[in-house]
Design a protein around this ligand. Structure first.
Ligand SMILES: NC(=O)c1ccc[n+]([C@@H]2O[C@H](COP(=O)([O-])OP(=O)(O)OC[C@H]3O[C@@H](n4cnc5c(N)ncnc54)[C@H](O)[C@@H]3O)[C@@H](O)[C@H]2O)c1
Length: 259
């Protein structure tokens, strides 16, 4: 029997793909939402190659643009009609490109595109899933980033979208308790090159320097985030809400002195 239906946005690639695989393996039904039609089409065969047995009816796929309210509203309604309810939402879809050039050259359109997907998309998905989540006494997980807390130059829209997502998380946790828990996960460097459709994929290898700058001695993988999502969804995390769990191999704890 399914442990419940989890909506994962941005499920066709990268971290969302790993989260989808991880939840299917742990007995959840996953509603995989993504804007990219081709990547969605190849999702099930790719999941099967990722050593996941997809139980009959456990994977539901829908093309959705999380930044578009009409698209989100229609997709959530269709999902509820098809599967009868939603027990959790993982807001993972995002424009994952962290650098957008000098802020003085940034167009308002570029800014709005990143905020519209990464932050407004999470708001729209939460807004339309809340009635179902409340009924299920469910959970929301927002995938933020360590770039909500630290920056390199030229990353303003991405950093602002992820900083907003952390504030949205604790605000929502206060509004939706006690029925719904709301948490964020902030990944550090998660290498997702092997979690894409074949045409875009490449193998994952890292230099000693890339590995050793992490306190755990390696770069992150999609499974690191999938495991944290599974923990936050579980009863073991029943006393955790409004929090941001940093999953970065210790990178944000590293003291850096130059020279
Ligand atoms: N990979 C990392 O190192 C890393 C680090 C920190 C945070 N994150 C965050 O994790 C999430 C996933 O990142 P990733 O590296 O797997 O990225 P990715 O680009 O590999 O995958 C993102 C997925 O989201 C989908 N998407 C984009 N816009 C969408 C929209 N409007 N509606 C629906 N789907 C949409 C894409 O089609 C894609 O399948 C993002 O929110 C990203 O900001 C990633």
């Amino acid at each position: 029997m399914s442990k419940g239906t989890v909506v994962v946005t941005g499920a066709a690639r990268g971290i969302g793909f790993a989260v989808t695989a991880g939840l299917l393996e742990r007995g959840y039904t996953v509603a995989a939402f993504d804007v990219h039609a081709d990547a969605l089409e190849s999702l099930e065969p790719r999941l099967l190659r990722h050593i996941v047995t997809v139980a009959e009816g456990a994977l539901y796929v829908a093309q959705v643009d999380v930044s578009n309210e009409a698209s989100v509203k229609a997709a959530v309604a269709e999902l509820v009609e098809a599967l009868g309810g939603i027990s959790a939402l993982v807001n993972n879809a995002g424009i994952a490109n962290a650098k957008h050039g000098p802020v003085e050259d940034l167009s308002l359109e570029q800014w709005n595109r990143v905020i519209g997907t990464n932050l407004t998309g999470a708001f729209l998905m939460a807004k339309h899933c809340i009635p179902q989540l409340r009924e299920a006494r469910g959970s929301i997980i927002n995938i933020a980033s360590t770039r909500a807390l630290q920056s390199e130059p030229d990353g303003e829209p991405y950093a602002a979208s992820k900083g907003g997502l952390l504030s949205f998380t604790h605000a929502l946790a206060m509004s939706l308790g006690p029925e719904i828990r709301v948490n964020a996960i902030s990944p550090g460097w998660i290498d997702v090159r092997d979690l894409r459709p074949e045409a875009e994929a490449s193998s994952v290898e890292h230099t000693d320097l890339e590995k050793s700058q992490h306190a755990v001695g390696r770069v992150g993988s999609g499974d690191d985030i999938a495991g944290t999502v599974a923990f936050l969804l579980s009863q073991e995390a029943g006393f955790i809400t409004g929090q941001n769990i940093i999953v970065d191999g210790g990178m944000t704890r590293k003291m850096i002195y130059m020279g």
